[in-house]
Design a binder for this molecule. Structure first.
Ligand code: SAM
Length: 348
């Protein structure tokens, strides 16, 4: 497979807006791909799902949306696909070409440089779409839009999408010390008052590993998407939630994570993984939204509310998230402890 240059791309990078250029540049360097490849929960789930569906991959045309280093394309080719088309807009595709050739898959895998929305595929339709499109809080980066575009344009009727189900989950958490440290740091920076940063810090969800012991309410599913049918419009969503405190504690905010499920042959357990605090580490970690209040909870108190998530108007790869909450304390001091409030967040 011969090397190409930016001039061979179906998309002219310089003509993309600054946010898009920044987004695709972020996938140019090998470091981010190394992190994804080394995430064994992620990468082995894809491999296992392809192996589990080997019968369905046999002699099929497969489209790998956002192929990166080509790992999913090679899993598909190795497991019987007739031909795989990998598409990527970032420079990393040049490395993918070298790797595919080095591993002897050049005749089975065609790699195309450019945005999926702009490239011309060598096939009118494909039988299977594979893609690893998930961002923090599942939807950050909005790459799912591209997968849905590919589905609507290229997937044959009844074709397969891997993965095909995903869901976002929420629970309350106690994390007082970390929250204090994160906010109070700005009160005194080498003797200077940096407090104007505090409102900005409060708006930003924290992506980090959370100890499962910090989760102090029941958990709930916020939303589920079926990739066979979901539309881009559905990805801007409003979900109600209701969780119950499991112990006397503080609730400093909520923690969210997502689960992924692959399609499985009849009577087989689907390959799935979770990015929750109860599950093994993934590079997506968890996303924490600290509330403006620290809620004093007793076992059995109810935290209910609404989470609104939509792509940001300035950059649709960012997310605007608003959480309204109504904390209903029980018992003699319920009036003092009950709180209704909201927090606005931006993931960028
Ligand atoms: C999360 S990485 C996954 C890479 C690889 N599939 C893997 O599993 O290691 C997503 C890749 O999709 C590419 N990408 C995102 N949106 C794209 C689009 N609209 N057209 C082409 N490539 C895209 C990015 O450049 C990036 O390399």
């Amino acid at each position: 497979m011969s090397k190409t240059t930016e001039a061979d791309s179906a998309t002219v990078k310089n003509e993309l807006n600054q946010f898009e250029q920044h987004y695709f540049n972020s996938y140019d360097h090998f470091g981010i791909h190394e992190e994804m490849l080394q995430d064994t929960v992620r990468t082995l789930s894809y491999r296992n799902a392809i192996v589990q569906n080997k019968d369905l991959f046999k002699d099929k045309i497969v489209l790998d949306v956002g192929c990166g280093t080509g790992i999913l394309s090679m899993f598909a080719a190795k497991n019987g696909a007739k031909h795989v088309i990998g598409v990527d807009m970032s420079n990393i595709i040049e490395m993918a070409k070298e790797i595919v050739e080095l591993n002897g898959y050049s005749d089975k895998i065609t790699l195309l440089r450019g945005k999926l929305e702009d490239v011309v595929l060598p096939y009118k339709k494909v039988d299977i779409i594979i893609s690893e499109w998930m961002g923090y809080f599942l939807l950050y980066e909005s790459m799912l839009d591209t997968v849905l575009y590919a589905r609507d344009k290229y997937l044959v009727e009844g074709g397969l999408i891997l993965p095909d189900k995903c869901s976002i989950h929420l629970a309350g958490l106690e994390d007082s010390q970390y929250k204090d440290e994160k906010l109070n740091y700005w009160q005194d920076v080498y003797g200077f008052d940096y407090s104007p940063f505090i409102p900005l810090v409060k708006k930003e969800p924290l992506v980090d590993i959370v100890d499962n012991k910090c989760v102090n309410t029941t958990k709930t599913k916020l939303i589920e998407f079926d990739l066979n049918t979901v539309t881009v419009a559905d990805l801007a969503f409003t979900s109600k939630f209701k969780v119950e405190a499991k112990r006397q504690d503080f609730i400093n905010g909520v923690i969210c994570w997502f689960d992924i499920v692959f399609p499985a042959p009849r009577h087989r357990k689907p390959i799935e993984f979770s990015t929750g605090p109860h599950a093994p580490y993934t590079h997506w970690k968890q996303t924490v939204f600290y509330f403006p209040d620290d809620l004093e909870c007793e076992k059995g108190d109810i935290l209910e509310g609404t989470l609104v998530c939509k792509p940001s108007k300035t950059n649709n790869r960012d997310l605007d998230i608003k959480i309204k909450y109504d904390f209903q304390a029980k018992g003699a001091d319920s009036e003092e402890r009950s709180v209704k409030n909201e927090g606005s967040f931006i993931m960028h």
